[in-house]
Design a protein around this ligand. Sequence first.
Ligand code: ADP
Length: 918
Amino acid sequence: MAWMKDTNGKFVSVNSQFCIQMGLERDDIIEKKDSDLIHDHKLSKKYESEDLEVLTTGIHKQFEDHLIDTKGNDRWFESFKIPLFDSNKNIIGLAGYSMEISDRKHNERFINTIINSLPNPVLVKNEKFEWIYVNNAFCNYFNVSAENFVGKTNDQIFAPSRVKYLLETELEVFNNGKTIEYEDSFPSSSGETLEYIIRKSLLINAKGERMLIGVITDITDRNKNIAALERNEQQLRNITDCIPGKVFQMELFHDNYPKFHFVSKGAYDIYELQPEEIIENAGLITAQIDPLDKISMITNSNEALENLANWEQEYRIQTPSGKIKWIRATAVPFKNKDDINIWTGVSIDITEKKLVEQELKKRTELLEIATKELNNLLTNNDFESAILSFLSSLGEKLITNRAYIFKNDNTEITETTSLIYEWVSEPHYKQLQFSELTKIPFSINACAWFYRKLKNGQVIQGTIDDFPSDEQPELIRQNIKSMILVPVFNKTGFWGFLGFDDCKESRVFTEAETYVLQATAASLGAFFDRKEYETELSTAKIKAEESEKLKTNFLANMSHELRTPLNGILGFANILRSELNSPDHIDIIDTIELSGNRLLETLNLILDLSTLESNQLTIKYQPFSITSIIQECAEVYTSKAASKGIIFQTHTAQHYHLLSDEKILKTVIKKLLDNALKYTKSGIIKLDVSHDTSDSINYLLIKVSDTGIGIKPEYHATIFEPFRQVSEGYTREYEGSGLGLSLAKKYINLLKGDIDLKSEPEKGSEFTIKIPGVIHDNQNDSNENLIQTHITQEISKLNILVVEDDFTNRKYLEMILKKRYNVSVADNGALAFLLAKNSKFDIILMDINLGREMNGVETTELIRTLDGYKDIPIAAVTANAMSGQRERLLNSGFTHYISKPFKKDDLLNLILNMISNS
Ligand code: ADP
């Protein structure tokens, strides 16, 4: 459509398209105004005001109009209105043309709708930097309405600082046609800061207008996440930096070469490398690892990877400054999304722990060796080899070349020390000659320092540079590079010292080594004390044995010397009794006999005790009847008790037989009965035999009880000790040696039994012999009676030869025997032999000690060679009652034995015995 109007707004000319569009004839249009033609009053007014603008400004202008046509369709038109001038440049009207832009407008609307529905905020500005469009997302994002922006320029909206940089960026877009993108932020109306990326690019529309379109992407959340992530990472870093050691994350390539993704600060303390250096070049770490450990590291890490298990590794490194360290690494592998093995773990420095461990191990091993060797010293009889083994074992364990012991020799004037034992690892390390190291005075300069320290209990150790300079030349002379000297103390003080030299290396001995050596030296001191004590002891023992031997010999001799005269005294007293009639004389004889018998008894007890104590008593185990012992006791003690007005009772539960030593048991029972009699004034003495089966062993119980003075409880133990009596000293009421019970107990102990005592003062005592070896037997004692009868029939036929050199004893024997038998006497061996050769004797009584000539044993041997004397009874008569004597004689051709002094009855009984056995 095209038209021309005059200054009054009347149409002057229109084209046919105008007429068609208006639906009018040209004539109906000319000279008419818009208001005449258009019913829409608002629209006609708009046209008129547009016209007026062009007519008054004289500038052409473009307008856009929107209307709804008769069919109700939205339609848009774009019109250009140009002022018309006459030759004088006066405005005479205007020309206009318009075209329908409904299609374009519809497209624009469509695009707007799309832009509006975009989630990203979008803005459009024109080349004048005016905001010409913002979408809904923009309004929502910044919480504004479109009117606040559209139609405005930056300076109307923003503060100058923002205006300035917006201008800079937007000019870039307009001038260079560049698309630019940057991060920006803006405070939202709620006070929150909105962070976003804005991408601005040039947009040229259909009309060729240049515009700027800005598309905003919100990054507030993303930034928040990133910030949170960074915070987390920082926290992690802070934490890992606090952990001692290296916290790491790494990737392990197939050749086991690592690439670190993360390394904490602590890495520096281990590897002397900054985390960044390690991340940059992992080779710096792998180069530090000891090649010996690398192989096991590879095997272990491969294994852990296969099982996705923990990897643990201890390895050594050498740091750039040359330090050797022990590291312990633990890590866990996992596969990341790209299927790469990522290891997360910690490496810590365990050098100190390792050193402590090694030190402890060393100490334990050293201690074990020291203990073993000290034990060997104590138990091995070969002392020399034990001490050398001690030195060599410790010397080798300490990796030294010499081990030695010096002993001090302290006299009142000088204090010196001498090398007494030495071990060397190789012969050429031998120290100076032993003689050179003997009696070195501590007073000489070089030694004074050593002496002072060692005497104070201090250990001297280290490399020779640590020693005072005047000591050094001597140490160098001995090739010593380092040494340790530990003082040895015994009960008297500073005894000497134990030393070790290292002739190869300069080193300091560890605390553990020093500690063990000190402990060893302490034991060594005690050991030498003990050794000295043992030497003293063995000397004392030899002396004691010698004096014991002397005592035994003395007793044997004394016994002989005392018994022989005593025999004579008692024998003659006995004979004298039958010859005397005066009661006074008989009293004297009684006293002689009593005293003599007491002397004899004491002599016997002392001899018995010494025999027992020198372990020379041989026990003869054989079965015997206990009943016969009881009968014998009954015979002896009934009358003895009766003479004191005391009743003697015996009782036995059954006829016991015992496998034990009859003689010993009888002696003990008699001793107890003697005591009962001695310490009882009135009442009853009982001998009671029973047995005790409560134990697994069958014991015979022989009880001797009395109603005598009794014994206070505090004496129950002491009375069994030798020479002990209840009443001792000047207050002694009863005679006696105090030996009987101690002997009795010793005897019974030898027979594996014991004696028990129950006693109450003034009420009485009960001694119980408990002895093993019971044989249950019901035999009666009729055999013994038979023997007695048999003996009496043969008495008168006997010829007896008495061989005795001592005149008194010869006479005594002759007097007893001549009333009953035919007696011949000989005072030496030769005569005896002659007599035997010429007459036939049934029995011979042979004294053993026959003075200077042949003794009794030799004489008997000779007589045995004579016809008819091979098996006849020959009794040895001797005053040597020492133990073993009887057995020896019975093995030397004698059939019987009697020790001097003997009583008449004893002799007669012997003769009866000899006949019955022959
Ligand atoms: P002793 O030769 O003195 O009798 P023992 O060794 O036989 O020596 O006895 C030691 C002491 O035990 C006696 O001195 C006496 O005090 C006491 N004793 C022994 N048996 C009895 C007893 N049956 N009654 C009272 N005291 C006794």
